[in-house]
Design a protein around this ligand. Structure first.
Ligand SMILES: Cc1cc2nc3c(=O)[nH]c(=O)nc-3n(C[C@H](O)[C@H](O)[C@H](O)COP(=O)(O)OP(=O)(O)OC[C@H]3O[C@@H](n4cnc5c(N)ncnc54)[C@H](O)[C@@H]3O)c2cc1C
Length: 561
């Protein structure tokens, strides 16, 4: 930062406490933190940490002011926040182990208390009140950072499937980033020239001086400090495959009850639940909670108790190996565990219409979170589906889009949808509901322009203007990789308990013990949540099953020594 930059930043007022993101710690709270860190002087212009660095220390400003800067040292350098005494720096990365997304620069001479993140974790678990202040602020700061488009840049064409993959990965993992569209953003060309990248080499991820050409999800994960498992050679007590609500609950209860626990997920922590903007029927959240926040909170909780989480890690094979289970991942690594909990949930079903794949790259979505809402501001949108997911998405999107239509195959809106959602939709003048209607065609050139729908009573067809199509028509279990290992029902869901006992046909384990509730046809392998045959497809039941499974894991370990 030049002296002039510094002077200009120093002239800015302190940022207001936006949505509780920037609280000032009290003297009592500072006294609680003090033994865990050390005071140190800061000097005007000093960089406390840089975006892209691992998040290693928690800084509280004791005297002076500090600026949070985006694009530090580049032409695009921008001061986004200014903080004074009593405020702390950093955001969710402090608790998740990801990298910093801003650079912290002292604006004047002063003093900070620097607490190493390990110390922060200790103090947060010992002082729940202080822990809550920090956690809340960190969660809001992450949301603000996402909204600002801070962090790395994804440069690519909106028509490219690889660009979409990278954007999806960043969105699902709630990683602050900015998408720079080669097709419409005038800054794209300059940026590419600056890094000597040809348009044919896109998509690229750029962050400070690092350029990743069409990186894999694992490479992007590494850039931001998400951890992936590698064959450590050691055996854990419990591996949880899938980190949606069921897997996260298993991890929290498993780790908190002393089991060495590893949780892995192919895409992102949070599962399907994290793709919804608001869950209103989860116990204890009368005003509802966003799926993303629920996932972030649970992931921090699991980590607090010592569970290791790893993303992205796609389980491809489950085998028995000398009394243990070996899970092999898509990248060739593996993990050995004494017990396994399968929590791989379900994947959204696709519409049976021509050209779906073509438009999936640009205009078809299977989730409705603030990220998707940003994309379709002021657009005409069609939502398809008659269940609660479609209902929630419609209500949420109605606040953001120009025109919204809900296309439902059934004859009544509340045939599968909860009455409270159906009521809300019927009362909302912004939403047009088309009952007994199905999508037949997708129209447009590269980008979706309209969908053709058919009244399944009269056969009459209508063309609806649509720039984005949101599809919520049910899901199929993620069990392809398990075929032949554990017994599945005719729909591919994992059989457990008495159904597994029937499928095993009296062929029980070496102790002659039939499967326990939630146990599959393999002893010590359990299934919980949406992937389990007969489960209730709800966040609360997934969480409940996750906690129950841990009790049964203990029983299994006790029986097998
Ligand atoms: C849009 C939407 C809105 C919803 N709203 C509500 C609501 O308001 N209230 C409610 O109670 N329920 C709601 N639900 C349902 C709820 O989200 C699910 O019941 C719940 O998420 C199931 O949790 P789960 O952990 O069993 O599975 P999932 O949430 O499906 O998580 C499974 C995880 O496993 C991972 N995985 C899959 N295969 C592999 C593999 N081979 N290796 C590694 N990882 C793998 C996936 O990436 C995923 O993250 C909603 C669902 C959707 C889609």
């Amino acid at each position: 930062m030049t002296a002039q930059d510094l002077a200009e930043a120093a002239a800015q007022p302190e940022t207001t406490n936006l949505g509780g993101a920037y609280p000032r710690l009290s003297q009592v709270q500072l006294d609680t933190l003090e033994p865990y860190g050390e005071r140190r002087p800061i000097h005007a212009g000093e960089v406390l940490y840089t975006e892209g660095d691992p998040s290693e220390s928690f800084y509280v400003i004791l005297a002076g002011r500090v600026a949070m800067v985006e694009g530090y040292g580049t032409d695009a350098q921008q001061v986004v926040r200014v903080h004074g005494p009593g405020r702390f720096l950093g955001e969710l990365s402090l608790l998740t182990g990801q990298t910093e997304f801003f650079t912290a620069v002292a604006l004047e001479d002063g003093e900070v208390l620097a607490v190493p993140v390990e110390g922060l974790r200790t103090v947060v678990s010992r002082d729940p009140e202080l822990g809550d202040v920090i956690l809340r602020a960190c969660l809001v700061r992450r949301t603000l950072a996402i909204g600002l488009g801070a962090g790395f840049r994804i440069i690519g064409s909106r028509y490219s499937q690889e660009t979409r993959r990278l954007r999806d990965f960043a969105m699902r993992n709630r990683l602050p980033h900015r998408f720079i569209d080669l097709e419409s953003d005038p800054t794209a060309e300059n940026l590419l020239r600056q890094f000597s990248i040809g348009p044919d080499e896109t998509p690229v991820v750029v962050w400070r001086d690092r350029v990743l050409r069409n990186p894999s999800n694992a490479e992007l994960a590494q850039l931001v400090g998400l951890v992936t498992v590698s064959g450590s050679g050691s055996t854990c007590d419990l591996i949880v495959v899938g980190a949606g609500p069921a897997g996260l609950a298993t991890s929290v209860y498993g780790a908190s009850e002393g089991l060495t626990t590893v949780a892995v997920d192919a895409v992102a922590i949070g599962g399907q639940a994290a793709t919804t903007s608001r869950i209103e029927n989860y116990l204890g959240f009368p005003a509802g909670i966003s799926g993303g926040e629920l996932a972030d909170r649970a992931a921090i909780q699991a980590r607090k108790f010592g569970a290791r989480t790893s993303v992205p890690a796609t389980a491809q094979q489950l085998t028995r190996d000398d009394g243990h289970y070996r899970i092999r991942f898509a990248d060739g690594t593996d993990v050995l565990a004494r017990t396994v909990v399968l929590a791989t949930g379900a994947r959204y079903r696709k519409l049976p219409v021509p050209r779906l794949e073509e438009f999936e790259e640009t205009s078809v979505y299977y989730a409705a979170t603030p990220m998707e809402a940003q994309i379709c501001v002021n657009d005409p949108v069609v939502v398809v589906g008659g269940g609660n997911s479609a209902g929630q998405a419609t209500i949420f999107l109605a606040d953001h889009v120009r025109k919204i239509r809900l296309v439902v195959r059934e004859h009544r809106l509340d045939e599968y949808m909860s009455r409270y959602l159906a009521d809300r939709i019927e009362r909302d003048p912004r939403i047009e509901v088309l009952l007994h209607t199905e999508v037949r065609e997708l129209l447009g050139d590269k980008l979706l322009e309209a969908v053709v729908v058919e009244d399944n009573e009269s056969g009459e067809r209508r063309t609806l203007e649509a720039r984005e199509l949101f599809v919520f028509i049910g899901a199929d279990p993620c069990t392809d990789w398990l075929a032949g290992t554990v017994a599945l029902d005719s729909g591919g869901y994992v059989l457990t308990g008495s159904a597994a006992a029937r499928a095993a046909n009296g062929q029980f384990d070496e102790l002659g013990r039939p499967p326990m509730m939630l146990e599959t046809t393999q002893p010590g392998v359990f299934a919980v949540g949406d992937v389990r045959s007969g489960s209730i497809k709800r966040v609360a039941s997934a969480v409940g099953e996750g906690s129950m499974a841990v009790r049964l894991v203990h029983e299994h370990l006790a029986a097998y020594g």
